[in-house]
Design a protein around this ligand. Structure first.
Ligand code: SF4
Ligand code: SF4
Length: 164
């Protein structure tokens, strides 16, 4: 058997031995607005497309092990406090892509949760024990939405014309 090495999480303050303080993660979590569903149909049910449900199902497999937070270089090396980290970007993706959610979460993704700090190295995806495609299926689609809303000049012109 090959020797292996156990280290405490590098992205969280060490308390003792292998124990680290991960409470910051739960503080970030409090800033995420909960699912705000649209009204039910007249028969009292919700209607959703199966493919929409399947898209977010993957994100709900997260067991909050925080391995992705630990390997993310933005969190480990740059210690950027305004970056939520991959675990919480995945949580926001599960809400933003939810077929019933009515909230626009793009501005807070950009300004509060620091989506732009992620440079898609995919280290988080490589360590996820639940095999969640954090970057390809979560972060990149969110980045595309934010880019479309805030950095696409054509969309910006159309928005300013229609908002008058
Ligand atoms: S892809 Fe983004 S969130 Fe994941 S480890 Fe790299 S910088 Fe961090
Ligand atoms: S590594 Fe995967 S399971 Fe663990 S917290 Fe991150 S997304 Fe969740």
């Amino acid at each position: 058997m090959n020797p292996f090495r156990l280290n405490p999480f590098g992205a969280s303050p060490k308390l003792r031995d292998l124990v680290t303080d991960v409470s910051w993660n739960y503080e970030i979590n409090k800033n995420i607005r909960p699912l705000t569903p649209k009204p039910r149909e007249t028969d009292g049910t919700y209607r959703m497309m199966q493919e929409d449900i399947e898209r977010i199902q993957e994100f709900h497999k997260c067991i909050e092990c925080f391995l992705c937070q630990n390997v993310c270089h933005v969190m480990r090396d740059q210690n950027v406090q305004e970056f939520a980290g991959p675990r919480f970007l995945i949580r926001i993706a599960s809400l933003a892509m939810h077929p019933l959610d009515t909230l626009n979460r793009l501005k807070e993704l950009k300004d509060v949760f620091g989506l732009g700090y992620c440079n898609i190295t995919k280290c988080c995806t490589e360590v996820c024990p639940e095999d969640i495609k954090i970057t390809d299926n979560g972060i990149i689609p969110l980045k595309e939405r934010v880019a479309g809303a805030f950095y696409d000049p054509l969309a910006w012109i159309l928005k300013s014309l229609t908002s008058k």
